[in-house]
Ligand binder design. Structure first.
Ligand SMILES: [Zn+2]
Length: 323
């Protein structure tokens, strides 16, 4: 999809993180390049933590690199740490940090069995097909992401109730959003395996791509997950300590996916992800001639994309639910 000629160019995003060299981890030990499995002493679930599903999201890669170096080992079960889009990641250039999201297509839109089993070929489909046998053994999956635009961190837990329960167990960050995913294709958390049985998956959007605090949030998510599942002690030296006071989580469900229908989609101001618009029927954007308004009071803006190209998600609107 061509980007709009009428929209202003992207601002220059400062890259305050250094992408770790993944060479030591590329061979892996789990039958999939870039994937490392470590076994605990007792029986337990197989937990998979993914990073770099998008090649320019280096914060999650920093977390996995750090945990591997620290020798993190689960108390029970199996823990696999996997760098997902290693080819796109290898192209990361801090001078042009937005360009290495993928090679041919978004690796997090191909997790539909019909697509994976189908005839289509791309760098990302080849990678997903290589990852799939391992994903097919996961009981719990956490996919570490980060965001381009300013936003409060959040967990996206998909539409299934077990994703929501998993997010609650992880306990951080403070915002959990249930959604049906994208029109453009299934994410790994939408892969059917995680919608059935006792299995579950969630996606952490830990903050802006290239900021140190995003690394800290992603690390807290991994620690929260492993402690929730009884796979890490509170004093594990590889992990940050548990929070003295866990955040009070709020849960919201996406009510509307706003897709930019024109090349001139523009928000009325630069909204921040996590902002709540108090009044229903508030104008938030113009999409050509079309007005985009909030459909209900206390409308949560999920990850507004301030320069959406035509046909892409501009923002998701969500409603808070109790308990
Ligand atoms: Zn991402």
């Amino acid at each position: 999809m061509p980007s709009s000629a009428r929209q202003p160019p992207l601002p220059a995003f400062e890259v305050r993180l250094t992408a770790p060299d993944l060479k030591p981890w590329l061979s892996g030990n789990a039958g999939v390049p870039g994937f490392h499995t470590r076994e605990g002493r007792g029986a337990g679930p197989h937990v998979v933590v993914l990073a770099a599903m998008h090649g320019n999201e280096i914060a999650g890669a920093i977390v996995l690199d750090r945990l591997l170096r620290a020798g993190l080992r689960p108390l029970r079960g199996r823990l696999t740490l996997g760098f997902a889009n290693i080819d796109a990641y290898a192209r990361f250039d801090p001078r042009q940090p937005t360009l290495s999201r993928f090679v041919d297509e978004d690796l997090n839109r191909v997790w539909d069995p019909a697509v994976l089993d189908g005839p289509r070929q791309s760098a990302e489909l080849a990678r997903a097909r290589a990852m799939r046998p391992l994903i097919d053994t996961a009981d719990v999956l956490l996919d570490l992401h980060s965001m381009l635009w300013p936003s409060d961190p959040l967990l996206l837990c998909g539409a299934a109730p077990q994703g929501r329960a998993l997010a609650a167990g992880i306990g951080t960050p403070a915002l959990v959003v249930a959604d049906e995913g994208h029109l453009g294709g299934r994410r790994v958390i939408d892969y059917p395996r995680f919608l059935e049985g006792g299995r579950a998956a969630t996606l952490a959007e830990a903050g802006q791509h290239w900021r140190p605090e995003t690394v800290a949030v992603a690390l807290d998510c991994v620690a929260g997950l492993l402690r929730h599942l009884g796979m890490a002690a509170d004093d594990d030296p590889a992990l940050p300590p548990p929070p003295a006071q866990p955040p009070a989580q709020r849960f919201a469900r996406v009510t509307e996916l706003v897709t930019a229908a024109t090349a001139s989609f523009a928000f009325v101001r630069e909204f921040r992800g996590g902002e709540v618009v108090p009044e229903r029927n508030t104008l938030i954007a113009l999409d050509g001639e079309r007005e985009v308004r909030t459909a209900h009071d206390d409308c949560l803006l999920v990850m507004p994309s301030l320069r959406p190209s035509r046909g892409h998600t501009a923002v998701r609107l969500a409603r808070f639910e109790e308990g």
